[in-house]
Write a protein that binds this ligand. Structure first.
Ligand SMILES: *Cc1c(COP(=O)(O)O)cnc(C)c1O
Length: 336
């Protein structure tokens, strides 16, 4: 039996072709820099993002943490979204392991950080304050694509204020596919970018941090210190390379599936969805129902969701068009 798991795009399982690529990967000891497949993945991602160098990391959390630590010194501060993954969902790693103070600000409804408010929260050069050194954005943010003109304005802003700019690009490929632009059109505005391979791209493990050689060299040292120096990791990198080759353009299907699901669910009395907010593969639905009952009903129909009334539904590689039809039917039968 097939489960339709809509909780996250991290639940994808490696395809047969991906497993074959992993099985056939040329490997070596990556701590010695001798794994050809890891080296190729790092070089490929650096080229795709237009950066000098790449670093294969165990997770997006590790990749973001390494970026923060490589950019900031002890007692520095980074400005970040209140609901940003790097601030809220990474165990406070920047503070715990980097002695870096966060300055969180609320995201605007479109997923941006208001640059006037960012400017107001930059601390003056005065020993009372932490040193503000980094601004961190997220794209996509809750499935929303940051506007291209905002990225250009943000680059000019950080240059004027002498800040570095990091992108948590866990789903930056979704943004590029949605805008129908080359990835570099987005990443060129940033100093460093973290891209997840294990979300919509469907690899089992891994993220790549890309940036200037100097920053990546620092990040590599910290990765080793954190226990992230892996040996024959080419087996994992091969999955990433396979994903980059085969699973980027198809993100379009995930976006179409999310659109269709959102449109049909928003017709149901008891479900409230802002269609403007559904730009890529993530839907937020405000549901007026007993969630445990809804969850149980869907489970009987082999559909898995979370139990929050503020429900997040995510489409991905393992959700096909007919699964969307089936899901719409199951929601309808519950609410009618
Ligand atoms: C998933 C995700 C990450 C990284 O998460 P890991 O589970 O550590 O790979 C980072 N940022 C955002 C926005 C994410 O959704």
């Amino acid at each position: 039996m097939k489960w339709i798991d809509l909780r996250s795009d991290t639940v994808t399982k490696p395809t047969k072709a991906m497993r074959r690529a992993m099985g056939e990967a040329a490997v070596g000891d990556d701590v010695y820099g001798e794994d050809p497949t890891v080296n190729l993945l790092e070089k490929t991602m650096a080229q795709m993002t237009g950066m000098e160098a790449g670093l294969f990391c165990a997770s997006g959390t590790q990749s973001n943490l390494l970026a923060l630590i490589a950019h900031c010194n002890r007692g520095d501060e980074y400005i970040v979204g209140q609901m940003a993954h790097t601030y809220r969902y990474e165990g406070g790693g920047a503070a715990v392991l980097g002695s870096i103070q966060p300055q969180p600000l609320d995201f605007e409804p479109d997923g941006t950080l208001d640059l006037d408010r960012v400017g107001q929260s930059i601390k003056p050069d005065d020993f009372h304050f932490a040193r503000t050194t980094l601004l961190c954005l997220e794209n996509t943010q809750g499935g929303k694509v940051l506007p291209m003109d905002y990225l250009a304005r943000t680059r000019a802003f950080v240059d004027a204020h002498d800040l570095a700019l990091h992108l948590d690009g866990a789903r930056v490929f979704n943004a590029a596919v949605k805008l129908n632009v080359d990835l570099q059109q987005i990443t060129r505005h940033f100093d460093t970018v973290s891209c997840c391979l294990s979300k919509g791209l469907g690899a089992p493990v891994g993220s790549v941090l890309c940036g200037p050689t100097k920053i990546i060299k620092k990040a590599r040292r910290w990765r080793k210190m954190l226990g992230g120096g892996m040996r024959q990791a080419g087996i994992l990198a091969a999955a990433g390379l396979h994903a980059l080759k085969n699973h980027i353009t198809r993100l379009e299907d995930d976006h179409k599936n999310a659109q269709k699901l959102a449109l049909n669910l928003s017709d149901i009395k008891g479900i409230n969805i802002d269609p403007q907010g559904v730009q890529t593969n993530i839907i937020f639905a405000d549901i007026k129902a007993d969630m445990v009952k809804l969850q149980g009903h869907l489970k009987k129909n082999s559909i898995i969701i979370d139990s929050s009334n503020d429900l997040r539904l995510v489409t991905h590689l393992d959700i096909k068009a007919q699964d969307i039809e089936h899901t719409i039917g199951a929601f309808n039968s519950f609410f009618s």
